[in-house]
Design a protein. Structure first.
Length: 497
């Protein structure tokens, strides 16, 4: 099949999608954090240096940098491989020229080569449709040509334009996989709030998404029109599940389920097995307020409650803890998030080896040598750096073994706030940014990382020894979205300070 060209029809498609783009509410904080990193003076200067050499707008360079290398200035813009050698992955062997001055490549010289290799230094159409086309061409037209029902997550991830479907590796597509990466056009919509970017795009003012129609949630089976209550009951702040939940909230839930055609029987105020089955039936028929399918788990958290009672029932839910942390003076929680964020993009060298200079620094902080799994070492190292910067004690156990570190954490009697898995299930708002999380996996294995945000029970995390799919013993440091406070493998959470 011939490669698509940017004709009037395709340009209109891109422009229409961008005009209707809404950043998913649970992703807004994460997208804004990425935009803020792009706009840091030191980072922007690097991007502007590349623009001067290639004519590619600095913010487009930044978008590609985030997509290909998680904004790591230690990695090639081509594909995120380390700058210490030519690229290994596609496109392999880049740059062809040896690094200037010997040693490792500089990020700028590698970025210039990457953009020239793809012909972006010759591209002139830096309009919204032109940027969308350039990004899709840079990543490849596989979605458009082979799976046209999926809008490329490389462009539209974290927005209402994209829901699910993803190439999980070269040539292998999964219709159920969901991208955990902020799409390029989604990030562009956030950067367009910056006057300099808006002016370059020809906007009179930053695009206003408030008037964009939202996807319709639950559609009753009988074809009737869904109406939410004008004064809905607020989400009670704690998950409702079998044998857990106050009588008032459960009674309201049971009555609403009956109204929605998923009756559990007469309201009793007790979350019994019939109520669980009724919740699962509703979840199977419904989507959340963003149009994404609900998880069919029989548990009523903010997403299911919002689908039942409408957006006013969960508006601003759990916002106060996050805002309080952002506005507070620098604490260990905020400091450790800064340290961890700066490590995003670290990769094992060579891949899948548990080795590499920075990986070995993580391991060395707990007394382990190269080649060992390092997720818990990463957590300890980040807290150690943050504690040293603040001049406070690091109370994270000095262990590279997740279950051992969790056991020692639970045994500490001062300076540590532990939230067990059960406590988090009953009240997920207890889990706050800057906490460490601990997972118990098969046998004696586990996984650990740092909570960057808790959005109605969905976690944004920064993890070492993982990948974008969240596997244990992966190859780098990543920011991930997808873990839940209520995941059954959770051992618990801890605040160290």
């Amino acid at each position: 099949m011939a490669k698509p060209i940017l004709d009037e029809q395709l340009a209109a498609e891109y422009a229409g999608l961008f005009a209707s783009l809404v950043i998913r509410p649970e992703r807004r904080d994460e997208v804004q954090r990425v935009a803020d990193r792009v706009l840091r003076p030191a980072n922007r200067k690097q991007y502007e240096t590349v623009e001067a050499a290639t004519s590619v707008p600095w913010f487009v360079v930044a978008i590609i940098h985030n997509l290909e290398a998680d904004m790591a200035f230690s990695a090639h813009l081509h594909n995120g491989d380390p700058l210490t050698a030519r690229t290994v992955h596609v496109p392999a062997g880049r740059p062809e020229k040896a690094p200037a001055g010997g040693g490792a490549y500089s990020w700028v010289e590698s970025a210039i080569d990457a953009l020239a290799h793809d012909g972006l230094d010759r591209w002139k159409a830096w309009t919204v449709p032109g940027i969308a086309y350039a990004l899709e061409r840079y990543n490849g037209f596989g979605y458009r040509t082979r799976f046209p029902f999926v809008k490329s997550p490389y462009l539209w991830g974290f927005s209402n334009v994209y829901t699910r479907g993803k190439f999980i590796r070269d040539g292998l597509f999964s219709p159920d996989a969901v991208s955990q990466q902020c799409g390029g056009m989604t990030l562009l919509s956030a950067l367009a709030d910056e006057a300099a970017v808006a002016e370059r795009l020809g906007f009179q003012a930053p695009p206003d998404s408030d008037d964009v129609a939202k996807p319709t949630p639950f559609l009753p089976a009988d074809g009737s029109v869904l109406e939410f209550p004008d004064n809905p009951p607020r989400f009670p702040g704690k998950y409702l599940m079998e044998k857990a939940g106050d009588k008032v909230s459960v009674s309201r839930l049971q009555k609403r389920l009956a109204e929605m055609g998923a009756s559990p029987g007469a309201p009793t105020g007790l979350f019994d097995t019939p109520t669980k089955y009724a919740v699962q039936l509703f979840q199977a028929r419904s989507v959340d307020l963003d149009g994404a399918p609900l998880e069919i788990d029989g548990i009523v958290g903010p997403m299911t409650w919002g689908a039942l009672f409408g957006p006013l029932s969960i508006e601003s839910e759990w916002v106060k803890p996050r805002i309080a942390i952002k506005k507070a003076e620098r604490t260990l929680a905020t400091a450790v998030l800064d340290v961890a964020a700066d490590q995003i993009g670290v990769r094992e060298i060579p891949p899948n080896s548990n080795c590499g200079r920075q990986v070995e620094a993580f391991l060395g902080s707990v007394g382990l040598g190269r080649g060992n799994p390092w997720c818990m070492s990463f957590v300890y190292w980040c807290f150690a750096q943050a504690a040293a910067d603040l001049g406070v004690a690091n109370r994270v156990p000095r262990s590279g073994h997740v279950r051992t570190a969790w056991k020692e954490t639970c045994a500490r009697t001062s300076g540590v706030r532990v939230v067990t898995a059960r406590e988090a299930q009953v009240d997920p708002s207890l889990v706050t940014p800057g906490m460490a999380f601990f997972l118990g996996l098969s046998g004696s294995t586990g996984h650990a990382g740092i909570v960057a945000d808790n959005i109605n029970g969905k976690l944004v995390t920064i993890e070492g020894n993982t990948n974008q799919d969240g596997v244990r013993d992966g190859g780098g440091v990543f920011r991930r979205v997808g873990r839940k406070v209520t995941d059954p493998v959770v051992l618990g959470f801890a605040a160290f300070g």
